[in-house]
Ligand binder design. Structure first.
Ligand SMILES: Nc1ncnc2c1ncn2[C@@H]1O[C@H](COP(=O)(O)OP(=O)(O)O)[C@@H](O)[C@H]1O
Ligand SMILES: [Mg+2]
Length: 269
């Protein structure tokens, strides 16, 4: 583990001005750190109730907004605006309608000036990993919602960003598809050393995906707990039905409802 964190938020305050000119405090004194884990990567989940300020925090990491005060650093460098070093996946689909799946995935590689054959090789490898091998030549409109999100993930991963930011990416999917996507995510991440900052309000999703969870308060968002999630023996759709998983899920739920307890917490196992 290297000394300089992958991501560091320090004393971050963010507010908006609403249409009536009132100040809406969305993030208050937000502090958290993701370690740099070369060769391993990490899945960090920011969990909090709807409207608490999750997207706001993610946007400050994306460089889409600047905190009123405090600092956001990636690999020790202050975030100043957006950049291709960060890959983003949102709830809404953002593929180019006129490009095939492969052409969509190749887009970022084109921008980097990577040669055609190499682009094809890299994109097909990642398309296979996300389970879209048979759809490489399909157009986005021929795909289901879940498949479109697979394209979005492939398109982000192929660029090898320093940090992947995901804002409730599976929020619009039906539960069955959602579970499939979560499992794909874990499978893909196992073979790559990506660091992911993943935002959700879904406790089960957080427990299933996360190596570490940051539990936020109601608005203005503040980090209440840092939870190290145990490694379940197997992570697949059935683990969610296990007593062990349910116990961890309940512990996290309890923490979410008990804002008086602060600090670093290890749940379960
Ligand atoms: N552009 C904006 N102008 C004014 N208020 C905003 C704006 N964006 C978000 N907010 C408010 O800030 C709070 C946090 O929003 P957000 O970060 O989107 O929450 P979450 O992603 O956790 O649901 C909410 O109360 C929301 O209404
Ligand atoms: Mg949001």
């Amino acid at each position: 583990m290297s000394e300089i964190p992958k991501l560091e938020l320090k004393d971050v305050y963010i507010s908006y001005t609403d249409r009536k000119g009132r100040t809406v405090q969305a993030a208050e004194d937000v502090n958290f750190t993701l370690a740099n884990k070369p060769g391993v990567g990490e899945m960090a989940v920011v969990l909090g109730p709807s409207g608490c300020g999750k997207s706001t925090i993610l946007k400050s990491v994306a460089g889409l907004l600047t905190p009123d005060s405090g600092t956001v650093k990636i690999d020790g460098q202050l975030v100043q605006g957006t950049g291709r070093d960060r890959g983003m996946v949102f709830q809404s689909y953002t593929s180019f309608a006129w490009r095939t799946v492969r052409q969509n995935v190749e887009y970022g590689l084109e921008l980097q000036g990577i040669a055609k054959e190499e682009r094809k090789k890299l994109s097909l490898a990642i398309i296979e990993k996300v389970g879209l091998k048979d759809f490489a030549d399909a157009l986005p409109r021929q795909l289901s919602g879940g498949m479109k999100q697979r394209v979005a993930i492939a398109r982000t991963l192929v660029n090898k960003p320093r940090l992947i930011l995901m804002d409730e990416p599976f929020g619009a999917l039906d539960p069955q598809t959602r579970w499939g996507m979560q499992t794909t995510m874990l499978d893909v991440l196992k073979t790559e050393d990506n660091t992911v900052l993943f935002v959700t309000h879904d406790v089960a999703e957080a427990v299933y995906l996360a190596d570490v969870i940051f539990v936020l308060s109601h608005r203005p968002a503040k980090v209440l707990h840092r939870i190290d999630v145990p490694t379940f023996e197997s992570r697949n759709a059935t683990v969610k039905q296990s007593a062990e998983f349910k116990r961890v899920e309940n512990e996290v739920l309890e923490l979410l409802h008990n804002s008086n307890v602060h600090g670093n917490i290890r749940v379960g196992l």
